[in-house]
Design a protein around this ligand. Structure first.
Ligand code: ATP
Ligand code: MG
Length: 436
């Protein structure tokens, strides 16, 4: 077999055998977000390149090195979204969502594209659960958004994740901090990596985010933002910490977390794990009070986060956590012969309309092969249907777990009685497992 093409580097297939893991995570994420009053928003996969240059920031790695950009007609270019915030803010402004009452609380589950060196937990197409809140300057909103991420992580059962928080101040306190950082790093200019030499001129805060060991060593004694916060920013950060404490959410203050862009303000945070290789963030976010205005809207305080779903699933797998299984086949009908198959076709259509998850043979296989298949798909009940059964008007339903057979008379009410019987038995089973 010679395949015409292979999966592109840094992408993933989710096979039918694995998809229940995604369903588990997506369901928890969706239910939790909705419980917090967040509504789903769906946005396009690609946007004008300029949106990301502005919205993510032209000094970031994402914009400088990682965007997938395609040309359109003329000079126009589009970029596959590398994250969800910029597109969400654009959509919020374009659809006048901020006129619809504040705060606006939105969430999304979407694919993101970044041209990175692919490795475990670092893909070129990956998926984020993200949430964004617009309209509240209060530290209560910071605690609320962090608490949403925390609840998702806790409900999924993740262990060993550490919440790191920091405040990067407002444009005023940050200007002073920048100067202090420049003065600290300038004598080390020649020892820095090439990217950081550039960062030193353009955006010295991003030096703290460098992954190179040498640069991290130089940055060890760099001045900390916490010493430069103005009174209002210090007060805001103090309240965020207080509210997190009241919500029972543990955190560590980590002054090395930065979002080195002008529109990011005050609170930034990451949830870190060491269970998928070197320390990795499963979730990262913060306040971006300047972004809405910088994308053309009225000044509006806002904040949010992005959670990497591949990293969440990898962590859950490495910790041996349970994923909820998808519901399986409730009834399999094994017809023998054309007449029985025709009868099964009519019966199964009625049962499905009544809500039964039912399948039957579509290949015309032997009874033995059909029973093997029924077993493989985990059918809870099986009907073996021959001409005899139909002629005599008696059909046996076998419960696979016990082998117990129940006989039914075939008349007009048979489909309904059968459906009731199957549903009642499944409810009883759930009840016995304590799931009801
Ligand atoms: P990193 O420092 O790991 O490169 P980042 O700062 O680029 O992360 P963000 O832009 O904050 O990441 O994205 C939010 C979250 O999305 C991350 O915390 C992570 O869980 C996930 N994420 C980011 N990039 C990738 C990727 N290439 N593959 C898989 N998940 C990713
Ligand atoms: Mg990155």
């Amino acid at each position: 077999m010679a395949l015409i093409a292979k999966r592109p580097n840094g992408t993933m297939d989710v096979t039918p055998n694995e998809v229940y893991k995604w369903h588990t995570v997506e369901n928890v994420v969706k239910e939790t977000a909705e419980q917090f009053g967040f509504k789903e928003i769906r946005i396009p996969t690609f946007e004008d390149t300029g949106l990301f240059v502005r919205g993510v920031g032209d000094t970031t790695d994402v914009v400088q090195k990682e965007m997938y950009t395609v040309s359109s007609t003329g000079d126009k270019t589009y970029t596959l979204r590398p994250e969800g915030t910029a597109g969400t803010v654009r959509a919020v402004l374009e659809n006048g969502i901020l006129n619809d009452g504040l705060p606006q609380k939105l969430f999304y589950i979407l694919s993101c594209f970044r041209h990175e060196k692919a490795q475990k937990g670092r893909l070129r197409e990956f998926h984020q659960f993200g949430c964004e809140m617009f309209g509240s300057p209060s530290p209560l909103a910071d605690a609320e958004v962090i608490s949403l991420a925390y609840s998702v992580i806790t409900r999924l059962g993740l262990k060993n994740t550490e919440l790191n928080i920091n405040s990067i101040g407002c444009p005023e306190c940050r200007a002073k901090y920048r100067e202090a950082l420049k003065a600290y790093f300038e004598p080390h200019r020649d020892e820095l990596c090439d990217t950081c030499k550039e960062r030193l001129d353009k955006n010295p805060m991003r030096l703290l985010d460098c992954k190179s060991k040498e640069d991290q060593e130089i940055a060890k004694d760099a001045p900390l933002i916490t010493e430069y916060l103005c009174d209002e920013c210090a007060d805001h950060f103090g309240k965020v910490k207080e509210y997190l404490g009241l919500m029972g959410i543990e955190y560590k203050i980590n002054p090395k977390i930065v979002r080195g862009l002008d529109y990011y303000t005050r609170t930034v945070f990451e949830f870190l794990t060491t269970d998928i290789g070197s320390q990795a963030a499963v979730c990262a976010g913060g306040r971006y009070d300047g972004l809405v205005e910088s994308l053309g809207g009225k000044p509006t305080p806002a904040l949010g986060f992005g959670m990497g779903l591949e990293r969440i699933i990898l962590t859950m797998e490495s910790q041996g956590l349970d994923f909820a299984q998808d519901g399986g086949c409730e009834l399999y009908i094994a017809p023998m012969g054309d007449k029985a198959a025709a009868y099964a076709a009519g019966l199964i259509a009625k049962l499905r309309d009544m809500g039964v998850y039912a399948e039957y043979d579509l290949i015309g296989r032997s009874l033995k092969a059909q029973m093997k298949y029924a077993d493989k798909i985990g059918a809870k009940f099986v009907i073996v249907l021959g001409d005899n059964e139909i002629e005599q008007g008696k059909i046996n339903v076998k419960k696979m777990a016990t082998g117990e057979q129940t006989a039914f008379d075939v008349d007009d009410s048979f489909p309904e009685r059968l459906s009731d019987f199957i549903m009642a038995s499944l409810v009883e089973e759930l009840d016995m497992e304590g799931l009801l």
